[in-house]
Design a protein around this ligand. Sequence first.
Ligand code: ADP
Length: 555
Amino acid sequence: MSSQEQAVFDRAHRYLNRAGPRARIALWQLPLVLAIVLAALASPAGWETAPDRPLVLAGLVVQSVACVACLAVPWEKYSDQVALAIPLLDLVSIGLFRNAPGGLLQGLGTLSVFPVIWIAASMRSGAWALAVCFVAPLIIASPTLIDSIARRVPAGANGALLLPILLLIVAVAIRAATAGLRLQERLLRSQQAALRDLLVESLSTERLLTATLDAVHVGIVAVGPDAVPSRWNRRFGELVEPLGWKLSSRGDAGEAALPVFAEDRRTPIPPEQRPLRRAAAGERIDGEVLWLGQGKDAVALSVVARPLAGPEGGAVVAFGDVTALAGAVEDKAELVRTVAHEFRSPLTAVLGNLDLVLESEAIPQSDRLRLEVAQRSAERLLDLASDLVASSSNAIPVRLEAAELGSILSARVDAARLAAVAAGVRLSLEVEGPLWVRVDPLRIGQAVDNLLSNAIKYSPDGGTVTLRACQDDGWVRVEVRDSGMGIAPHERELVFERFFRTSQARRSDIPGVGLGLAISSWIAERHGGRLECDSEPGEGSVFTLLLPAPESAPV
Ligand code: ADP
C-alpha cells in the first residue's frame, strides 16, 4: 500500500470510527434504499397496484423493517457480524419484489448487488460470504429458473442462472479487493493490542519506580545534558524546594541561588562546579560531601553521580543525607582537639621544670639519666599533642611569604643531623640554584622535618638519606630519598591517611602514630601543591613535595 493509499485508508478509517456503528450501517443501506426509490419513481406502474399484490407489500414491509433496524438497533452492543442481518433482510425484500406477480418489478433482482457487496466485504468467513452471495440470488431467481425448466425454455433458465453467477463473481472480486485491507486492519488491531499491553506495562513500571524512589531517604534527580532536572523523587524536592528552587517550573533558575558549600561548610561552591552541572557534563562523582544550607538547618550530603548511557545523554545524581555522620566526625575532632590542647600546658610545665632540674650540677648521674628519659618522653608527648591538634583541625593556618627554599632546607637538614648520626644514616642536601618560592617557611619546615625524620627512622640499618630540591615544569620539587625498608605497593596510597602505619613499621617497633604524613600532605595542599610517594619494599622510598613555582623571583 502506497503512502497516499495509506493516507486515504487512514482518513476513511478515522471518519467511519467517528461516525459510530449505527451511521456506518445506515451508510451501507443507503444506496439500496435510493435505488428502490429511484426505481419506484422511474416506473410507478409496478408499485401502484402494490396493495393488491401481497409479495410487493411483504417486500416493502421487510425493507422498512431493515431500514428501521439500521437506525434503531444499538449496534455497538453487538458483534459487527450481527449487522449482516440487514443485507440478508434486503435480499429477502428484493426476492419478494422480483417475484411479485405480473413481472413488472423483475428487474429489481439486480439490486441484489448492494447486499451482496455488503456481505462480501464484511462477512468474516470468506467461504460463507461466497456461499451466501451465490445461494441467495439463486433463490431469488429460482421461480423463473423452475418455470423455464418446466416450460423447457433453455434461454430463460440460462438468464435466470446469470444473476447468481454474476453476483458470485462480484463477491469474489470484492473479497479479493478487500483482502489487503482486512489484513491491514488485522495487523493494525494486533499492533494496537500490543501497544496497549506495552502502555499498561510501562504505566505499572512507572508506578513501581515512583513508589520505590519515593520510599528511599536519598534525594535522586535525573538531569538532561543541560543540567535541567527531568525527574526527581520526593526527597530531592524536600531538600531543595524549601531553599527556593521550584522544581515544577522545569528549569535550573533556582539552582544557582541555592546555598551550597564545600565540606568545610564555609567555602561556597559556584554553580558551574556543583554536582548537577558536573554530572550533566559526564563526570562520575563518588561520595563527595557538600553542605546544603547554612546554620542549624544545614544538611550534609554525600553525592554520587553516574552518566546515563544512550544518545539523549544526561545523568542521575543521588544525594544521601550524612548530616548525623558529619556531626559525629566533627564532635570527635573537637574532642581530640580539646584533649590534645589540654595536654600541652601541663606537658610544657613538666618540660620546663625538667630543664631547670637538669641544669643543676648536684644531680647524681644515675638520676640524670632517668630525668633525661622522662624529658625525652615528655617531648614526644608534646609533639604528639601538637600533631593531634593540627590533624583534627580542618584548616591549618598558612601565612605565605617570599622565601628562599635552599636556606629553609639547609636549616632542616642541620636540625635532623643529630638523629641521622645516632641512626648511622648519611644525610646530604642538593639544591639546584637559589629557589624562590611563596610559602609559609614554618609549615614547609614542619613538612620537611616529618619527611626527614621518617626517612631516618625507617632506615634501621643505616644507609643514605638525600634531600634534593629543584625547579621542574612549573613546580618546585622537594625530594626526600632514602635507602630504607620501603613500602609495599598496596600500602603506598594509605600512608597519607591519618593514623595509618605500614605493617612492617608496626612489626619493627619503630615509634610513631601515623599523623606526620597526613599533616605534611595537608600542608602541601594548603600551598596549592601535593605530596607524592614512590617506594619499593627493601629498596627505599622517595617522598616528593611539589610546590607551585612562582612566575618570577619575588621581590
Ligand atoms: P609515623 O611515622 O608517626 O608512623 P607518618 O604519617 O609519618 O607516621 O607515616 C605513616 C607511615 O608511613 C609510617 O608509619 C610508616 O609505616 C610509613 N612510612 C613513612 N615514611 C616512610 C619511609 N621513609 N620509609 C618507609 N615507610 C615509611
